[in-house]
Ligand binder design. Structure first.
Ligand code: TRP
Ligand code: ZN
Length: 872
C-alpha cells in the first residue's frame, strides 16, 4: 500500500466532543503572501467527567507558541505535536489556550484553509480546512462565537473581511491597518472565513419583513464590477423568497459575497461572508450564457439559504452532510422553479440526477445519502448527498403536503436553532409537526444506497369500472449492502381518459410493500395512467405502456414533466432497439412513427403560444450518457453513431420545419433574461443544433453567421457548438476570433477550452493535447482544469473512451500531477473512470490499467486513494 495511513471513519464511532469552546478570538497578522501569523485565543470547557486529553487538529502549520491560562507551554513536555494533532493533558474544567501558528498561503495549492487567489487572501474551511489555519477542535459539533482581528498593509490589502459585523477599523504604524469583526452567532469553524486583498464592490440593501436593513455587498476584482448586477438581484430575490416561503429572516447587519477565481467548488456559505467561485457570481450577456444566468441565481440562492439550513442549524458530524446539503438543494431548486419555469426546472434537475447520481448509485462508490463510513470527507460532497438528498426532502414535502411540510420546517427552526443536529432530528420535526410518522420505513431512504426500480402494470375491469395499478419495487444490491428493505415511495399518479381528458387528477400512491395494488373506482373507460408525475421519487420506472400510449401521454398529459418524459422514453426505447440491432450486426432504422411524433412536436413548437422552454427540452434527444445507462455493455462510439443516424433522419425529413423554427425564433432585437427570452433562444439554438448535424454549406454558413452577428454569449456558444465537430475553416475562424476577442475574461476562455474539449473529430485527441500545452492553460486553476479535463472526460464520451486508451492516459497524467497539488480536484477527475466495468472489454482493460497505475503511485492523497481503491 502506497498511502501512508488511510483511516476509515465510521458513523457508529461518533462520540460527543470531550471539550467545548465558549469563545474564539483570533488575530491574523498578514506579513507576506507566504507569511501569516495566526493567534487564536480559545476558551475551552470540559465536556466529560474524566480527565481525557485535549486533542486539537492541525495540519501544515508551523507552531510558534502555546500559552495555557497565560503560562507558556513547552512542546514535548507540556504537550505533544505531530503532523495532524496537538495533544495536551486535561488542563481542567475551563481554561484559555492561546496558540500562535505561522502559515504559508502562497504555496497552498490545495485551496483549503487560507490561500492566495490572484494575490488576494481567502479561505475555504469546509470540510476540514480550518485545521490548516490553527490548532482547533475542527468538527462541526463544536460551536463558538468568533471575534477576528485582521492586520495588513493598507495599500496592498485595503479590504479586510471576516464573518459577522464590523465593529472597529483603523490605521496602524508603517502603512498598516486593521479591522475587527464579531460574529454574534455561534458557529463551527468550517464556517469561518477571511478575505484580504484589493477588491472593488457593488452595494445594495434589503429590508427584511420586520424592517431591518441589511447592507449587501458583492466584492470582485477591479474590472468585474459590471458583471455583478444579476448576482445582486438574485440575492435580493432569495432573501425575499426565504421570508415568503419558509418564514426565514436574515438577522445580521451585513451580507457579503466575495468572488475568487481559484476555488475547488461552486461556492461556500460562511456566515455573512459567502465566498464564491467567480463562475457563479459574474454574469453579463456578453460573457455569460443563459445557463450561466440561471446557475448564478440558483447558487446565490443555495448559499443564502444555508444561512438557516446549515449555519443557524448545522450538522452534528460530517455523515449528516445531507441534513444541510440535501435540504438546501431542495430549497434552491424550488426557488429556481418559482423564479423561472417549474416544469423546465424539474426536467433539468431530473436529467442531472439521472446522468450523474443514478450512475453513482450503480457504481462502486454507491452510498446512502447519509454514508456510514468514509476515508476522505471531501469525497462525499457527492451527487448522492446533494441531489438524491434533495429528492428525499422533496418526497417528505410530497408526502406531507406543502402546509404540513412548512409546519415541519417551522418546528425544525424553532427546536434546533443554534444546534448541531442529525438527519433523524429533521425527520422527527417533520413527523411531530404533521402527525405523519416518517421516522419508520421512510427513514430507510437515509441508510440505503442504490436506485429503486419500480414496475407498474395496469388492468382495467370494465364491469366493475375500476382500474388497478400494480406497483412493485426492488432496489439492487450495492457494495456493502446485499439486501435492501422496501422503501416508502410516493408515486404521484393520474389517469387520462380515452378522449384525452384527465379522469383522475394527481394522487399520491404510497408504495410500501414489494408489490402492491392500487385500485381507482368509477373509471368508465380504459385509461392511460400517468405515473410518477413530476418525478415524485428518485427511482427508475418501467411501465407496460406501449409506444402508442406513450405518444398519447406526450400530447395529453396534464403534467408537463410527464409529457416530456413520455417523449424521452420513446426515444430511449427506439435507440435501444437500434443498438440491439447494431450489436447483432444488423442495419438499424429510425422508426417512422418516431419521426412523425417529432414532426408533430415541431408543429406544436411553431405555434404562436407554444411553451417554448418545454418544447426545446422535448425536441432534444437523450444524450450519450443517458442512453449508456440503459445498456449492459457500453460502447460510446456505437451509441454516438446510432444517435447520429437518428439526428440525420430527423433533420433530413424535417428540414423545412426546423428552418422555420430557427427563423421564427431568431428575431430578438434587445436582450432580456426573462424566462420567455431565454426560451426563445433555447428553441432557436435547438433548431440550429439539428440543422448543423449536416455538412451542407448553407448549414455551416448559418452557424457562422450566427456567430458573427451574435449579440450575446448564449448565441455565440451555440454557434460554436454547431461548428465544433466539423473540419471546416469556419470552426477554426470562430475559435480564433473568440480567443482574441475574449482573452481578458478568464471565464469566457474557460468556455473556449470546454467547447473544444467536447468536439468529436478524428483529431480531437491530438487537439486536446495541444490545449494542455496552450499558454492559457493552467493546472493550478480548478476552473481551467474543469474546462479542459472535466469537459473532455465527462461530456465527450466518444473521444474520452477512444479505444486507443489515449483519452485515459491523458486524464491519468493530470490526476497524478494534481494528486500532489490539489487532491480534491484530482479525486473529482476520477469520476468517469469509476464506472470502468460498464464498458466494452477493450476499454475496461485500459481503464483498469490506468487505475492500477494511479493506485501504485507514491504519495497518494487520501482523496485519490479512496476513490481508486473503491473503484478497483
Ligand atoms: N458547502 C458548500 C456548498 O454550498 C460546498 C463546498 C464549497 C465545499 N467549497 C467546498 C465542500 C470545499 C468541500 C470542499 O455546497
Ligand atoms: Zn451547500
Amino acid at each position: 500500500m502506497k498511502n501512508q495511513n488511510p483511516q476509515t471513519i465510521y458513523l457508529k464511532d461518533y462520540q460527543p466532543p470531550l471539550y467545548l469552546v465558549e469563545h474564539t478570538s483570533m488575530t491574523f497578522q498578514i506579513l507576506k503572501g507566504d507569511d501569516v501569523r495566526v493567534t487564536s485565543k480559545t476558551q475551552f470547557i470540559k465536556n466529560h467527567d474524566g480527565e481525557e486529553n485535549l486533542v486539537l487538529n492541525g495540519e501544515h502549520l508551523v507552531l510558534k507558541n502555546v500559552t495555557l491560562n497565560d503560562k507558556r507551554l513547552e512542546s514535548g513536555t507540556d504537550f505533544q505535536v505531530d503532523n495532524e494533532t496537538l495533544t495536551l493533558p486535561c488542563p481542567g474544567d475551563s481554561f484559555t489556550l492561546e496558540i500562535t501558528t505561522q502559515i504559508d498561503p502562497e504555496h497552498n495549492t490545495a485551496l483549503e484553509g487560507l490561500y492566495l487567489s490572484q494575490g488576494n487572501f481567502c479561505t475555504q474551511c469546509e470540510a476540514q480546512g480550518f485545521r490548516r489555519i490553527t490548532y482547533y477542535l475542527d468538527r462541526p459539533d463544536v460551536l463558538s462565537k468568533f471575534t477576528v482581528r485582521i492586520e495588513a498593509d493598507k495599500a496592498t490589502y485595503p479590504v479586510l473581511l471576516s464573518n459577522g459585523n464590523l465593529i472597529e477599523e483603523g490605521d496602524l504604524d508603517q502603512g498598516r491597518h486593521y479591522t475587527l469583526w464579531d460574529d454574534p452567532f455561534s458557529k463551527p469553524c468550517y464556517l469561518f472565513a477571511l478575505v484580504a486583498g484589493t477588491l472593488v464592490h457593488i452595494k445594495d440593501e434589503f429590508t427584511t419583513k420586520s424592517g431591518r436593513t441589511v447592507d449587501l455587498r458583492i466584492y470582485v476584482r477591479e474590472g468585474d464590477q459590471g458583471q455583478c448586477r444579476h448576482a445582486m438581484e438574485s440575492l435580493k430575490k432569495a432573501m425575499k423568497w426565504d421570508e415568503d416561503v419558509y418564514g426565514r429572516e436574515y438577522e445580521l447587519d451585513r451580507f457579503n459575497i466575495v468572488a475568487v477565481s481559484d476555488f475547488n467548488m461552486g461556492a461556500m456559505e460562511n456566515t455573512s461572508l459567502n465566498i464564491f467561485n467567480t463562475a457563479l457570481v459574474l454574469a453579463h450577456q456578453d460573457t455569460a450564457t443563459d445557463f450561466d444566468f440561471i446557475r448564478v441565481e440558483g447558487v446565490i440562492g443555495h448559499e443564502y439559504f444555508h444561512n438557516w439550513t446549515g449555519n443557524r442549524i448545522t450538522c452534528r458530524d460530517w455523515f449528516q452532510l445531507s441534513l444541510k446539503e440535501g435540504l438546501t438543494v431542495f430549497r434552491d431548486q424550488e426557488f429556481s422553479s418559482d423564479m423561472n419555469s417549474r416544469a423546465v426546472q424539474r426536467i433539468d434537475d431530473v436529467v442531472k440526477l439521472r446522468r450523474m447520481q443514478f450512475a453513482e448509485d450503480a457504481g462502486p462508490l454507491a452510498h446512502p445519502i447519509r454514508p456510514d463510513n468514509y476515508i476522505e470527507i471531501n469525497n462525499f460532497y457527492t451527487m448522492t448527498v446533494y441531489e438524491k438528498g434533495a429528492e428525499v426532502i422533496r418526497m417528505q414535502h410530497t408526502l406531507l403536503g406543502a402546509e404540513n411540510y412548512r409546519k415541519g420546517t417551522d418546528l425544525y427552526f424553532e427546536r434546533h436553532d443554534g444546534e448541531a443536529v442529525t438527519c433523524e432530528d429533521f425527520v422527527k420535526c417533520m413527523s411531530d409537526a404533521s402527525g405523519k410518522d416518517l421516522t419508520g420505513q421512510f427513514s430507510n431512504w437515509y441508510n440505503q444506497a442504490g436506485t429503486p426500480e419500480i414496475t407498474a402494470r395496469g388492468s382495467y375491469d370494465e364491469e366493475a369500472q375500476t382500474y388497478t395499478l400494480t406497483l412493485t419495487q426492488y432496489t439492487p444490491p450495492t457494495p456493502g449492502q446485499d439486501t435492501k428493505k422496501p422503501l416508502l415511495i410516493p408515486v404521484a399518479t393520474g389517469l387520462i381518459g380515452e378522449d384525452g381528458k384527465e379522469i383522475q387528477e394527481t394522487t399520491i400512491l404510497e408504495l410500501t410493500d414489494s408489490t402492491q395494488d392500487f385500485t381507482f373506482e368509477n373509471v368508465s373507460s380504459k385509461p392511460v395512467p400517468s405515473i410518477l408525475r413530476g418525478f415524485s421519487a428518485p427511482v427508475k420506472l418501467k411501465t407496460d405502456l406501449n409506444d402508442d400510449e406513450l405518444r398519447f401521454l406526450q400530447i395529453h398529459d396534464t403534467d408537463g414533466f410527464n409529457r416530456w418524459e413520455a417523449g424521452q422514453t420513446l426515444a430511449l426505447r427506439m435507440i435501444g432497439r437500434m443498438l440491439d440491432k447494431t450489436e447483432k450486426g444488423e442495419e438499424p432504422e429510425t422508426d417512422k412513427k418516431f419521426i412523425t411524433s417529432f414532426s408533430d412536436l415541431l408543429s406544436q413548437a411553431l405555434e404562436e403560444d407554444s411553451d417554448k422552454a418545454l418544447m426545446a427540452r422535448a425536441l432534444a434527444l437523450p444524450d450519450i450518457a443517458m442512453i449508456a445507462q440503459e445498456r449492459n455493455v457500453v460502447d460510446p462510439t456505437m451509441i454516438y453513431e446510432v444517435r447520429k443516424q437518428v439526428l440525420d433522419d430527423l433533420r433530413r425529413s424535417q428540414r423545412a420545419k426546423l428552418e422555420s423554427l430557427y427563423r421564427q425564433n431568431n428575431t430578438q432585437t434587445t436582450f432580456g433574461i426573462s424566462p420567455d427570452d431565454m426560451a426563445e433562444r433555447a428553441l432557436k439554438n435547438t433548431a440550429l443544433a439539428y440543422l448543423s448535424t449536416s455538412e451542407r454549406r448553407e448549414d455551416i454558413e448559418r452557424a457562422k453567421q450566427q456567430y458573427d452577428t451574435a449579440k450575446n454569449m448564449t448565441d455565440r456558444v451555440a454557434a460554436i457548438s454547431a461548428l465544433i465537430n466539423k473540419t471546416c475553416a469556419e470552426r477554426k475562424n470562430v475559435l480564433a476570433h473568440y480567443y482574441e476577442h475574449f482573452s481578458a475574461h478568464a471565464l469566457v476562455i474557460d468556455k473556449w477550452f470546454s467547447l473544444q474539449a467536447s468536439g468529436i473529430r478524428k483529431t480531437t485527441l491530438e487537439d486536446i493535447k495541444q490545449l494542455r500545452d496552450h499558454e492559457a492553460f493552467n493546472l493550478r486553476n480548478p476552473n481551467r482544469v474543469r474546462a479542459l479535463y472535466a469537459a473532455f472526460a465527462m461530456n465527450n464520451p466518444v473521444s474520452f473512451h477512444d479505444v486507443s486508451g489515449k483519452g485515459y492516459a491523458f486524464l491519468t497524467d493530470a490526476i497524478l500531477e494534481l494528486n500532489e497539488t490539489n487532491p480534491q480536484i484530482a479525486a473529482r477527475l476520477l469520476t468517469p473512470m469509476r464506472e470502468w466495468k460498464r464498458y466494452t472489454t477493450d476499454r475496461q482493460e485500459k481503464m483498469k490499467a490506468a487505475l492500477i497505475q494511479i493506485r501504485d503511485t507514491d504519495n497518494l492523497s487520501n482523496d485519490v486513494y479512496e476513490i481508486v481503491q473503491k473503484s478497483l
